[in-house]
Write a protein that binds this ligand. Structure first.
Ligand SMILES: Nc1ncnc2c1ncn2[C@@H]1O[C@H](COP(=O)(O)OP(=O)(O)O)[C@@H](O)[C@H]1O
Ligand SMILES: [Mg+2]
Length: 273
């Protein structure tokens, strides 16, 4: 039984469809990678699943089935009950997604209030649990800090802590590591993997980077020309790619040069300087 099943066509005003009868399913507990070039409609799909598409004269047709419910026709009031509780979102840019003027504690408190039940004790318990979930210090001192007083990697962890406060069944992460350096990037990928294993949370991992998707995902879906052109296990995608677009993406992955190649190029540079 699918947790999420999407069949969707999205067109913005006076433009050809960005997504053209795109079909994708997600199983409970699965990490699905959604990979495609910039501008191919990845964020549009994420926003549609979160009920946040800003269409202004455009159209979204089809269906978004979530746990036996149709989401595409949901009213905003119903979306507010669901968003952040059943399906949550981790944005791309950690620093610009936090409010620089508010302490981290205040921002986590606000996220808790959207769906939290009970008083201050329940709130603190939930916030501390979430901080521990993402390996941040569950301490008052940390919560009193402002976003400028933490690293960008910590900021991304705070946003993940916020997203999982209410233990959603699905986390949608739109390019969550694109703004991070390589080391922080691999730490955040490892964290997503751990949250998936430990909490059974499904993840829709959106990225333009096939290598990140390879390390994290159970399946990878490639978007091209508004459709999923290939969807398979990372191994199958890498070692027997079927679609020309997939082959092109794989061919474009840079490889680490061997020691002899480095030596060769150094010698070449010496001769030519
Ligand atoms: N609100 C909008 N109004 C009009 N066009 C949009 C809007 N949002 C995105 N687009 C266009 O839709 C296409 C897909 O955008 P997007 O979903 O952000 O792609 P991706 O996340 O893969 O980079 C782009 O050509 C973009 O310019
Ligand atoms: Mg995007």
């Amino acid at each position: 039984m699918e947790l999420l099943s999407v069949r969707i066509t999205i067109s913005y005003k006076d433009k050809p469809p960005v997504l053209d009868d795109l079909r994708v399913d997600l199983q409970p507990g699965e990490i699905l990678g959604l990979v495609g070039h910039s501008g191919c409609g990845k964020s549009s799909l994420a926003l549609a699943i979160l009920g946040l598409l800003n269409l202004k004269g455009g159209k979204a047709l089809g269906s978004i089935r979530w746990n036996e419910r149709e989401l595409l026709t949901l009213k905003e009031k119903e979306w507010r009950k669901l968003r952040g509780k059943e399906i949550a979102f981790v944005p791309q840019s950690p620093m610009s997604s936090l409010n620089p003027a508010l302490r981290l504690g205040t921002q986590l408190e606000e996220a808790w209030k959207l769906h939290g039940q009970g008083g201050r004790d329940q709130m603190e318990e939930t916030v501390f649990r979430s901080l521990l979930d993402v390996s941040l210090p569950a301490k008052e001192e940390f919560l009193r800090r402002y976003p400028a007083e933490i690293s960008v990697g910590q900021a991304q962890r705070v946003l993940i802590a916020m997203a999982i406060l209410h233990r959603p069944a699905l986390l949608i992460a739109d390019e969550p590591t694109s703004a991070l350096d390589a080391v922080t990037q691999s730490e955040i990928l490892a964290l997503f993997g751990e949250l998936n294993r430990r909490l059974g949370m499904s993840l829709l991992f959106i990225s333009h980077d096939l290598v990140s998707a390879y390390t994290l995902c159970h399946r990878i879906a490639l978007i091209h020309s508004g459709k999923i052109v290939e969807c398979n296990t990372p191994q199958a995608i890498f070692f027997s790619p079927q679609h020309p677009f997939t082959r092109k993406l794989i061919a474009a992955i840079p490889t680490v040069p061997s020691a002899s190649e480095v030596e060769e190029s150094l010698r070449f540079n010496l001769f030519n300087s």
